[in-house]
Design a protein around this ligand. Sequence first.
Ligand SMILES: NC(=O)c1ccc[n+]([C@@H]2O[C@H](COP(=O)([O-])OP(=O)(O)OC[C@H]3O[C@@H](n4cnc5c(N)ncnc54)[C@H](OP(=O)(O)O)[C@@H]3O)[C@@H](O)[C@H]2O)c1
Length: 259
Amino acid sequence: MADFLNLAGKRALVTGGTQGAGAATVDLLRELGAHVLTTARSRPETLAADGFVAADLSTAEGCKAVADAVQGTLGGVDIVVHMVGGSSAPGGGHAALGDVEWQRELDLNLFPAVRLDRVLVPQMVAQGHGVVVHVTSIQRVLPLPDATTAYAAAKAALSAYSKSLSKEVSPKGVRVVRVSPGWIETEASVRLAERLAAEKGTDYEGGKEIIMQSLGGIPIGRPSKPDEVANLIAFLVSDRAATITGTEYTIDGGTVPTV
Ligand SMILES: NC(=O)c1ccc[n+]([C@@H]2O[C@H](COP(=O)([O-])OP(=O)(O)OC[C@H]3O[C@@H](n4cnc5c(N)ncnc54)[C@H](OP(=O)(O)O)[C@@H]3O)[C@@H](O)[C@H]2O)c1
């Protein structure tokens, strides 16, 4: 069906949009007609300067710069996709995670959404419509020990915050949804699988198998592609999803083993 999804004229902010699922989401929303502003700490040479703002979203100043750029560049916003997130915590279990590591995970996985929403959601409420997508992780329900304990807890906090926000603003016309990915085969994941493969003397598929085993297996047999995550987000931000709010969509190939 032609134009099943049409975002023509919509103004969208996608954070963390230069790599992985963020880059795929920026490309797809633009293809569907949206005016997209994206952000990361640095702009790849391949990405046009137009529609990009450089900022560190783990800081209050960086969030303010992005919120200002939304107003200056887009003149308001209809769609916000909070994609930025990740973990750089060291391995070694919970005892290796000091206050600095915990704060870093919260600063990257919780506070960018909280700070940007505090500025942008009231604008959506004032115009009577808008969609906010918080990208969480299956680790909020399937936390892995070792390095990602604080990341999992930060994503759980993001989920609780998202649900609360949805209750407040859905009656005012603003939808708030969560997308919870399992393993995504991003550029960084490819590098990890290649490194594991080299360590174990196997090939790339063998490296992927090691990662899948660490997750307890993926029933569909492979990770999601970044553009498959983007497809889900594009549907959720479109008018096709007009009554979807306050809920979470998992895209994990069946990884989470429980109902
Ligand atoms: N990959 C997975 O397997 C997976 C699984 C579950 C959930 N997720 C979630 O899905 C989302 C996307 O993950 P991804 O793996 O696709 O991302 P990714 O490939 O690691 O890309 C991260 C993006 O965020 C930007 N970024 C990182 N730190 C930033 C900061 N402090 N301020 C501003 N921008 C920053 C990066 O650009 P710069 O480095 O230039 O700043 C880049 O554009 C994240 O929320 C992640 O937690 C991912």
